[in-house]
Ligand binder design. Structure first.
Ligand code: C5P
Length: 231
């Protein structure tokens, strides 16, 4: 019998970029468009999964046929991700999560005044959601496939893969989808070129093309891991 590779599976995908407020009108943000996360949601839906999209700020609309949970900050995304983890077979962290947030959020708009010193913004570290999801899963002895994304610039000496391998071990996720980014690459673009690294140690897998094609390859790989590798 023919069955879609993710039939009966619940897949949670985070997408877009978090925004960390400074005051009621300002935030610290990033250039993530949400296109890759949305393309993954489409691919997972088309592969038969029940998809939950944790949507931070996105420049594209969420696709039809998926459940959407809208979030703004890294802390809100963390809450949503930890809650979603309980019933997810797969979690894909494609969102660009701010590593830091302003230590204080002003209740009122920060004013420009000639008689005061230039303001200084103090930042505090955000939790690493991906790492927490792995710890949560392992603590609960759950079977769940956790996928991270990494945008690596390397340092011009071609050791992007070595950095990515180290990140995969550090974070403990099952798959890490690695983008090699330059200044004008990836963010907001429609195409992408990635390497999929697996904790199981199988050979790095290359995928390139539109974000939709790359998503197809990632979702196919996830289906393979669920149906052939995991217990
Ligand atoms: O460490 P780095 O930010 O490069 O890792 C990227 C991966 O970790 C992505 O999957 C991203 O969604 C996730 N991440 C996270 N929480 C953070 C920072 C990144 O889950 N605070």
């Amino acid at each position: 019998d023919y069955q879609l590779p993710l039939a009966g599976r619940t897949v949670t995908i985070s997408a877009g970029g978090t925004r960390e407020p400074l005051d009621p009108v300002r935030f610290l943000g990033n250039r993530s468009s949400g296109k890759q996360g949305v393309a993954l949601a489409v691919a997972a839906r088309n592969a038969g999964a029940s998809v939950r999209l944790l949507a931070a700020h996105m420049e594209v609309p969420p696709p039809a046929g998926v459940e959407v949970v809208t979030v703004e900050t890294a802390l809100q995304l963390r809450e949503a991700a930890l809650a979603a983890a309980a019933d997810s077979d797969v979690i894909i962290m494609a969102a660009a999560v701010a590593d830091f947030r302003p230590a204080e959020i002003s209740d009122t708009k920060i004013k420009k005044r000639d008689d005061t010193a230039d303001p200084v913004i103090t930042l505090v570290r955000n939790p690493d959601i991906l790492q927490e999801l792995v710890e949560l899963r392992d603590g609960a002895q759950r079977t769940q496939l956790i996928v991270g994304f990494a945008a690596e610039t390397g340092d011009g000496q071609g050791d992007v893969l070595a950095y990515a391998e180290a990140k995969l071990r550090r974070k403990g996720c099952d798959l890490l989808v690695v983008n090699h980014v330059g200044t004008d690459k990836v963010f907001g673009q429609d195409s992408n070129s990635v390497v999929i690294l697996a904790r199981s140690g199988s050979e790095p897998q290359l995928a390139s093309g539109t974000k939709s094609e790359v998503s197809g390859a990632v979702i196919t790989r996830i289906g393979f891991e669920l149906n052939h590798v995991s217990p």
